[in-house]
Design a protein around this ligand. Structure first.
Ligand code: WT7
Length: 651
């Protein structure tokens, strides 16, 4: 469970209540009635699904062969048709879909009709390059409009996309391309980050010799002449070349509701990332509905989700949720502090953003930078705030409420996962009385419980494992090519209940409070990183014999990574070696997985059966007296570790 004890304690003592403002309540999209409607989940989800366009209506809302769900059985639907064609027939044709701001300052405004045309043209280009229904396409791109076009073009022709976050390393990209057996890669010459150009195509070139299934690569020209981008004849194509002259209409593929819409890799508790499989009809219904009610969506809103499209938050609440609802949204390419720490606030002022959805780690940075940055801007367009990705400490919640929301905006703290596809636990704005730090209640038509070791629900006031008790439309259907792992990871611990991997508390009023992961997953700045993945990257270095990785509390990131490393005989634990190991992890996984601290030790605390006791490492790192050490094979290692940790920390 999370070691952030300070946060935990303040969280559990939090008593402040924030009822929805009266004016908000009067005009809210959700009323308490929808909780009643949600008591019949199938009827509720069928009602909202009917608001989408179906080529053929389903015969059956849900077929539940635990743990395998099929939603809207027999229904035929297309994601791109619902995000685009459905709007352009009416008054939304010339409505702005995306207001894009590049980091260097350029701006592009893209209407629904513009997006429709570009998606159709690119869909035809993909077909011409040989992509067929059900072929996987990997996308490795920064936050530029072409990533939206690329995803929707894939959806249009029924080719599942697999987006790999642009901050991942080339090796991480290779692993994901090969697992997906992708036929085509869509990437970019380079992207901007804090003024620097990140050459993504060049990175991809490092590994494209080891990706046997890739037949072609499409490259978007983003930075142009700043980089000399090598293009291999017969394999690499510029995006602008393949779309020029492409036909402007591409008939959308009629997909079965249960056909795969996309794959998204996420960290699990072993070193190998899991390919989370999302299908079409249920996923679209789940994100369409949650976007509408949780963000209180009105046609005149300007929505801004600050996540990267490379994560599930971007898939569900930049691509599919907002576009299915016909919303106008802001998309920003770069860093929050570039060129200055007021960048986000200037974007909100300039584009009159009304709904802001971001992560606690960003809020904690803003708190640290001070309120002077936001006070220079007019943020009065904001009417609703959201947060996601990790527990928010009550003080950060209240700061967000006070300084960003000017005490007038409800805050929706939304709990969900790559696997859930859609938000599950959340307040409903205009309905729920919010408690800072609590994710409130299950969204209508979904079910959650906090259970003890035996799977029995805890009494109000108790804590335990967070489980989900009912199938929901956007749930993952399986792990790609690994059904066994799907069953074992989510459905084996408590029969009939989905294991989230999070600890939670249920308070006396029935509100849920997330306490953090109970497995070997770390949340660094809201990003999910498995200890095993970082450990594998470390032992892959020739000097390393063994490694154990834990999460340690971090003021801004929530958690940071600490690595305990045993070097091979003859290797020296120098500061240079620390740097080398950090660089190695960066190369294997990417910057987000680089350990904050690397500590060289000669032993690790292990059980007699050889399992590393990370719990004891966490005790050492947080300066706590070690918990139960009776199962330790060599109790003496604790003293050595403690001494090493403290002396190296002091350096
Ligand atoms: C894990 C899932 C879902 C979008 C981004 C993360 C943590 C997520 C909250 C929240 C406390 C949260 C959980 C969860 N988490 N939202 N509002 N409060 N914790 O997706 O990378 O799949 O991570 O993020 O630990 O299991 P993900």
């Amino acid at each position: 469970m999370s070691d952030n004890n300070e946060t935990l304690e303040s969280l559990l003592q939090e008593k402040r209540l924030f009822p929805p403002p009266e004016s908000f309540k009067r005009a809210a999209v959700a009323t308490s009635e929808i909780y009643k409607e949600g008591e019949d989940p199938e009827a509720f989800w069928a009602r909202t699904a009917s608001e989408l366009h179906w080529f053929e209506r389903w015969d059956k809302v849900l077929e539940w062969n635990l743990p395998f769900a099929k939603w809207f059985v027999g229904g035929k639907i297309n994601a791109s048709y619902n995000c685009l064609d459905r709007h352009i027939g009416g008054p939304s044709r010339d409505k702005t879909a995306i207001i894009w701001e590049g980091e260097p300052g350029e701006q592009r405004t893209i209407t629904y009709f513009d997006l429709y045309r570009e998606v159709n043209a690119f869909a035809n280009a993909l077909k011409k390059l040989g992509v067929k229904k059900s072929d996987r396409v990997t996308i490795y791109m920064p936050m530029i409009p072409e990533i939206v076009i690329a995803m929707l073009a894939c959806a249009r022709i029924g080719a599942p996309h697999s987006v790999v976050f642009g901050g991942f390393s080339a090796e991480a990209l290779r692993e994901r391309i090969n697992d997906a057996e992708a036929k085509l890669l869509i990437t970019v010459d380079g992207g901007y980050r804090r003024g620097k150009v990140i050459p993504l195509k060049q990175s991809a070139d490092e590994i494209l010799k080891d990706t046997p299934t890739i037949e072609s690569v499409v490259v978007v020209r983003r930075v142009g002449d700043i980089l000399r981008t090598a293009m291999r004849q017969g394999r690499d194509y510029w995006y602008h070349d393949v779309v020029s002259g492409a036909e402007e209409y591409c008939k959308p593929e009629q997909m079965d509701a249960e056909d795969m819409l996309f794959l998204l890799y996420s960290s699990g508790t072993t070193g190998k990332p899991k390919g989370v499989v999302h299908t079409t009809g249920g996923y679209l219904t789940g994100v369409y509905t949650t976007f509408k009610y949780i963000f209180d969506y009105k046609p005149e809103d300007v929505f801004w989700c600050t996540a990267d499209v490379g994560w599930i938050t971007g898939h569900s609440y930049i691509i599919y949720g907002p576009l299915l609802n016909g919303a106008t949204q802001v998309m920003y390419e770069g860093a929050p502090d570039y060129p200055g720490r007021g960048r986000w606030w200037s974007i909100i002022e300039k584009h009159k953003v009304s709904i802001l959805y971001t992560a606690p780690t960003a809020i904690r940075s803003f708190i640290k930078w001070g309120t002077a940055w936001l006070e220079q801007y007019d943020l009065s367009s904001l009417r609703l705030l959201g947060t996601v990705g990790e527990p928010i400490n009550p003080e950060a919640w209240v700061w967000y409420y006070k300084y960003v929301g000017n005490e007038g905006c409800p805050i929706v703290d939304t709990w969900w996962q790559t696997e859930t596809g859609q938000v599950i636990l959340t307040p409903l704005p205009g309905v729920t009385v919010c408690k800072p730090g609590s994710v409130a209640h299950p969204f209508p038509g979904t079910g959650a419980e906090v259970v003890d070791e035996h799977g029995n629900p805890v009494k109000p006031g108790g804590s335990g494992y967070l489980v989900l008790t009912k199938p929901w439309p956007a749930m993952l259907r399986t792990l790609y090519k690994d059904e066994q792992r799907y069953i074992e990871t989510y459905w084996s611990r408590f029969p009939g209940k989905y294991l989230t991997g999070d600890g939670a508390k249920l308070d006396e009023d029935g509100y849920f409070w997330i306490l953090g992961r109970v497995d070997d997953i770390i949340k660094v700045a809201g990003h999910r990183i498995s200890t095993a993945e970082v450990e594998s990257a470390l032992v892959d270095h020739q000097a390393v014999a063994e490694a154990a990785v834990i999460g340690i509390p971090h003021e801004i990131k929530g958690e940071a990574i600490a690595a305990f490393v045993i070097l091979k005989e003859g290797q020296e634990g120098t500061p240079q070696m620390q740097q080398e190991l950090r660089a190695h992890v960066r190369k294997k996984i990417g910057p987000i997985a680089v350990p904050e601290t690397v500590i060289f030790v000669s032993e690790l605390p292990k059980t007699r059966s050889g399992k590393i006791m990370r719990r004891l490492l966490r005790d050492i790192a947080s300066g706590r007296a070690p918990g139960d050490v009776s199962t330790l094979a060599e109790p003496a290692v604790m003293a050595e570790l403690k001494q090493k940790y403290e002396s190296q920390e002091a350096e």
